[in-house]
Design a protein around this ligand. Sequence first.
Ligand code: V47
Ligand code: SF4
Length: 376
Amino acid sequence: MNLSEVFRTAGTDNRLLAIAEKVQNNQRISDEEGLLLFEKGELAFVGALANFIAHRLHNGKVYFNRNFHIEPTNVCVFTCNFCSYSRQYKHRDDGWELSLEQMMDIVRKYDGQPVTEVHIVGGVHPKMNLEFFCELLSRIHAHRPDLHLKGFTAVELDYMFRKAKVSTEEGLRRMQQAGLQSLPGGGAEIFHPDVRNIICADKVDGDGWLNIHETAHRLGMHSNATMLYGHVENYAHRIDHMSRLRALQDKTGGFNCFIPLKFRNQNNDMSHIKEVSIIEDLRLYAISRIFMDNFRNLKAYWPMLGRQTAQLTLAFGVNDLDGTIDDTTKIYSMAGSEEQSPSLTTEELCNLIEDAGRTPVERDTLYNEIQVFANQ
Ligand code: V47
Ligand code: SF4
């Protein structure tokens, strides 16, 4: 009995069976079919398909990296309603603003340790400009040339480049020359203006976000893509978002991975919105895996999801758990995540992956394999 026959005996709708056929034949599903999965796809159905795809692509391997974050500041000129982390400039005494030296102290803490990536992301501070961040990148690169510098969301970059009066291409070139190698996926939220105008009206719009990533890809940089889900968006908004990312990936091939980010509702202006259930989380991961057929890697960011839910996603299409983190990010602990001081040793991450029946593999930022940890 093949997979479709199993679903047929389970009484699955014919249109869903047609999607299962497509998945088995490695064919792309349409926006309408993606929407149907959200509306009608039961967890076990979408999960089985997503798991099948993840095995076909990765043969049971799950990736992680050894990384740490630098969050230069939480002072921000923008007012995203879901953000629990930022402070307005006039209230900057409640927040933090790290100097170049303080950030270099963080980097030096990892001297001699086998970390491969630093992830730099923070609020959009009106006084931390392009020159300041190029200096930071140059200093880190000079101190530790082996470290992959991944940093700055399209939101931070858009503001920095406009303020410096340089084009996106010129700004990215300058940062690349200073040592920047990849962009993280933040700031994407939901591209559709009907949602964006409610949750984050004043920062770069969807076209602007996509344009910055497209330009980075053209300059030879890689980047990630995120989607903030589980607030005021509907299923069609999610499909619109993923469809636009899939189209850009067809064009450039520059995205490393897709990272759905679950909206957490503590300490922000959207706290009245109930968080979605774990069933919705898992369905979302599975449907992303099915829909985003040109993204090899689907990441569950455990500091946001909590390590147990992140572990469960490994049965629903996920093949990457991000990194060791070493308690260097505050974004999610401030938004109510179970992970109040996110840090996992390599051994703990490996155990988590092995307990889910998968093979842990340390990767670098570009998903080159560094070490395969054989199952014990
Ligand atoms: O853009 C902010 C999200 C993002 C909340 O590229 C929230 O490897 C949920 O993008 N509930 C920034 N999410 C972080 C980010 C990221 C994280 C880890 C890895 C990578 C990567 C990128 O955090 C923001 C926004 O979407 N966010 N507040 C909240 N209350
Ligand atoms: Fe600022 Fe980012 Fe928070 Fe928006 S999500 S308010 S851009 S720190």
